[in-house]
Design a protein around this ligand. Structure first.
Ligand code: BES
Ligand code: MN
Ligand code: ZN
Length: 521
């Protein structure tokens, strides 16, 4: 996506669309006249009347798109309601970015729409351009408005068309809109500030879209081996250290819990490690991702309905890899180690039996009473690995429990852990970018439900009783008293219908929050 700081004055703007944010009860004609003296008076009056006739009042989220019929160099003007100036926050600009993006994506490409049928080969299509005006308010700087609008513009433009053989729309080819549109912002920001903010917003949103692609891929393709391949590509492109362990190497390290889960699958497991080193770092942040590339439940098989979307059980892994891409591109002042445990959970010949006892890498033994509680098993060994590599704090992200979907729906992720400071910082990072969390408790009593008669622990507590906290408690057993936060993203990682800037499908929840958290160091 090409993004630049608009150099032309508004009345000379040679774009397809100008997006003008307008406060509640503000006169758009007066606003334009105050921004630029060069506008044609009759055109301003005509736009004002047209807006009034459409009932435009500038309330939050309201849009009116008007053709300019040659009265200005831009072809259309979009008046976008921001609501009351005192209430303007980043969420308003997030919505603006997403709504404008969706609207443009649905705009047919002209020379195809003109009825010429398929496009003539070689006739390069003109890129179309949109300019969004930014407005500084006391509560929200132009920098934050830019970041919010751009991030959500890119997120809302996501499409996954690899497996579509027919064009989605007769008037439009299956081409991502980022290739069809260029974006500019009219802003008072300095070039340096503008460029830095654009780089950050583009990196985070495009990395999130990368994770969404990994999640969207069918599980037969997005295997542990494939995830490792993606990690290597990211490492190469951004100069990160990468290490990929196969089953034999994991065996040598004693990763019995991780390998136990992998036993039922034909696909080989991979433990994927990425490292970003900042030479003067005061600490190393550990990111741990659950990478179950398909969760059938194993012998504790899921019913068909619950299995349908279980390709997204590697969402935590995808978000960790995408976050490492952000880290590699933006080079924060803190070291980060990412560990992704990747395997399928399948009921093959050699699969775990309910009743089996596994020995984890840190020495604890685990009785497997439910093979569908596999996420915590692979996270246990991944966490031990990260601790042995010397991380100072741990963040794990996993589509871990159905219970968190029951508790919080698709609205917020569950967050819990041993460090109130980290929980607060991550929740704050999430708030600033529209990712919501709700804290769940880790009372010591939850440990009692994980007591085994024959091993140190069992992997699943009683069904229907505080399932998310119980899973959190299990993981806590492997964190060796390091500051640790667990994010259960089972609910928020998948949408059955479009929601704000996210289309239905995988959301890659957590990339924005973790990236902001790391960049705030
Ligand atoms: N991957 C699932 C959790 C999940 C459920 C993710 C729904 C997304 C949507 C996880 O591995 C799982 O199966 N958890 C079990 C644990 C139980 C057996 C203790 C669950 O939540 O039912
Ligand atoms: Mn499971
Ligand atoms: Zn799972």
């Amino acid at each position: 996506m090409k993004v630049h700081l608009e150099g032309l004055s508004l009345s000379h703007l040679d774009a397809d669309v100008l997006v003008l944010p307008v406060y509640a009860q503000e006169d758009p004609a007066k606003l334009l006249a105050s921004l630029d003296k060069g506008f044609d008076k009759a055109a301003l009056a005509a736009w004002k009347t047209a807006a009034q006739e459409e009932g435009f009042s500038g309330k939050s989220g309201q849009q009116v798109w008007l053709p300019t019929y040659g009265a200005a160099p831009f072809k259309k003007i979009c008046l976008y309601g921001l609501g009351k100036e005192a209430d303007v926050n980043a969420a308003v600009y997030r919505k603006l970015g997403a709504q404008v993006s969706r609207r443009l994506a649905a705009t047919p490409t002209p020379n195809v729409a003109a009825g010429t049928g398929s496009k003539k080969k070689g006739s390069a299509e003109k890129e179309r351009s949109v300019c969004i005006c930014l407005r500084d308010t006391k509560k929200l700087s132009e920098e934050r408005a830019l970041e919010a609008a751009l991030e959500c513009f890119v997120l809302a433009s996501f499409s996954f068309l690899r497996y579509k053989t027919q064009a989605q729309d007769e008037s439009r080819r299956n081409e991502p809109m980022s290739k069809r549109w260029t974006l500019s912002f009219k802003s008072g920001l300095s070039k340096a500030k503008f460029d830095a903010t654009v780089k950050r917003a583009l990196t985070i949103s495009q990395s999130t879209n990368l994770a969404r692609e990994l999640i969207a891929e069918p599980p037969v393709y997005m295997t542990p081996t494939r995830l490792a391949h993606e990690a290597r590509r990211i490492a190469k492109e951004y100069g990160l250290d990468v290490k990929v362990l196969d089953a034999a190497q994991a065996e040598k390290l004693g990763m019995g819990a991780f390998l136990g889960v992998a036993r039922g699958a034909k696909e080989e497991p991979r433990l994927i490690v990425l490292k970003y080193n900042y030479s003067r770092s005061k600490k190393t942040i550990g990111l741990i991702g659950k990478g179950i590339t398909f969760d059938s439940g194993g012998l504790s098989l899921k019913p068909a309905q619950s299995m349908e979307h279980m390709k997204y059980d590697m969402s935590g892994a995808a978000s960790v890899l995408a976050t490492m891409q952000v880290v590699g591109a933006l080079k924060p002042k803190v070291s980060v180690l990412a560990v992704v445990a990747a395997t399928e959970n399948m009921p093959g010949d050699n699969a775990l039996h309910p009743g089996d006892v596994l020995k984890s890498m840190n020495g604890k033994t685990i009785e497997v009473n439910n093979t569908d509680a596999e996420g915590r098993l692979i996270l246990a060994d991944a966490i031990t690995y990260a601790i042995k590599e010397g991380v100072d704090e741990l963040i794990d992200i996993a589509t871990l429990t159905g219970a968190v979907v029951t508790a919080l729906g698709r609205v917020a992720a569950g967050i819990m852990g041993s460090s109130p400071q980290m929980i607060a910082a991550l929740m704050e990072s999430g708030k600033s970018c529209g990712e919501q969390f709700w804290q769940l408790p880790l009372f010591d009593e939850y440990k009692e439900g994980l007591r085994s008669d024959i091993a140190d622990l069992k992997n699943a507590g009683s069904r229907g009783e505080a399932g998310s906290s119980s899973a959190g408690m299990f993981i806590k057993e492997f964190t060796e008293n390091l500051p640790w936060v667990h994010m259960d993203v089972a609910g928020v990682s998948w949408l059955d219908r479009d929601k704000d800037e996210l289309n239905k499908g995988g959301t890659a929840f957590g990339v924005r929050t973790m990236s902001r958290y790391i960049l705030s160091h």
